[in-house]
Write a protein that binds this ligand. Structure first.
Ligand code: PHE
Length: 337
């Protein structure tokens, strides 16, 4: 047997014995390294004459290539074995009970929503909802915003290609859905809140293209702006657990209410400065909107409001950047356990 064949046999044995990457590296160096066995053979070629050198050179190179292949396949074998070992070690039994069942927590926006729902439930409101993909009809037309109405441009709408649908820009279309559905069956009183996601093409520290609103609607005989103010004042006092909270109604315009107001809340910032912060819009439901909902405006009146839920959560929990709510950073979320 030539010495090259012997070398190859040794190499085969060494590579198949290597059971880890460092071991394999060592074995490889023994043959192909600077002072390796094959390298020595290549160096020895210089002693031969030209013709013999050609032949022997080719044979040594073949041997070298063969060993390189052996190394590669050993590498694959070891990697596969490592993977299997790792999988075996990390396998989890999903039927075991959780290690720390107390770990999870609600998102701060959900926490705020839960509080608000409880407060409204305690005075007889129920929770209604509607789809996030809404018809143009419900999002706009039924709320007194026909196709060419300028107020449509107040809301940076996401339109759905090739349909007359939009991503709802506010939770107010739920007013329409709820009234239409219930006016067929029983009629007012209606007392609902409708929390949910809404979408507008807007993005910075205080605006996100998706955010949350909570709509409120109370339709009954003799409902007035005074009821709206009393309800919201009481809500804020209970939500923030502070008797001293002041709210302010600023005249404003929304096509689906008359009169319409913007609702501000007095808030003491960290430095002790008192500021007015806008929380949402509200007003006395427009007679045409009641009619669109199948309610007789001669008999009934109502108030509606739409508040920024994220904004309320920011104030409640002292969060200064809206984007934190949607980044799902565990360090942020863990603070609410
Ligand atoms: N839907 C209005 C908005 O998102 C808020 C609003 C709701 C105003 C109900 C009045 C009555 O801008």
């Amino acid at each position: 047997m030539s010495s090259l064949e012997q070398i190859l046999m040794d190499a085969r044995l060494s590579m198949s014995k290597a059971s880890s990457l460092p071991e394999l590296e060592q074995a490889k160096a023994r043959f192909l390294g600077k002072n390796g066995i094959v390298t020595a053979q290549l160096k020895g070629l210089s002693l031969l004459d030209v013709e013999a050198r050609k032949l022997a050179g080719a044979a040594v190179n073949r041997c070298k290539a063969e060993i390189e292949l052996l190394v590669e396949s050993a590498k694959e074998r070891i990697a596969e074995a490592d993977l299997q070992a790792k999988l075996a070690e990390e396998s989890i039994d999903v039927t075991l009970p959780g290690r720390n069942p107390g770990m999870g927590s609600l998102h701060p926006v959900s926490l705020a929503l839960e509080r608000i729902e409880k407060l409204f439930a305690s005075v007889g409101f129920s929770v209604a909802d509607g789809p996030e993909i809404e018809t143009d009809e419900n999002n706009f037309a039924m709320l007194n915003m026909p196709v060419d109405h300028p107020a449509r441009s107040m809301q940076d709408t996401f339109y759905l290609k090739g349909t007359s649908n939009v991503l709802r820009t506010h939770t107010s279309p739920v007013q329409i859905r709820y009234m239409q559905e219930h006016s067929k069956k029983c009629g007012p009183p209606y007392r609902i809140i409708c929390p949910g996601r809404v979408y507008r093409c807007d993005h910075d520290a205080t605006h996100s293209p998706m955010f949350h609103q909570i709509e409120g609607l109370w339709v009954d005989t003799g409902i007035s702006l005074a009821d709206l103010k009393a309800t919201l004042t009481q809500l804020f006092r209970m939500f923030f657990e502070r008797e001293s909270i002041n709210i302010r109604f600023r005249p404003s315009y929304f096509p689906f209410v008359e009169p319409g107001v913007e609702v501000d809340m007095e808030w003491e910032s960290k430095g002790g400065k008192v500021k007015w912060l806008e929380i949402g819009g509200a007003g006395v439901v427009h007679p045409q909107v009641l009619r669109n909902g199948g309610v007789d405006p001669e008999r009934y009146s109502g108030f509606a409001f739409g508040m920024g839920l994220d904004r309320l959560a920011m104030l409640k929990y002292g969060v200064n950047d809206l984007r934190l709510f949607f980044e799902n950073d565990m360090r942020f979320l863990r603070q609410f356990t």
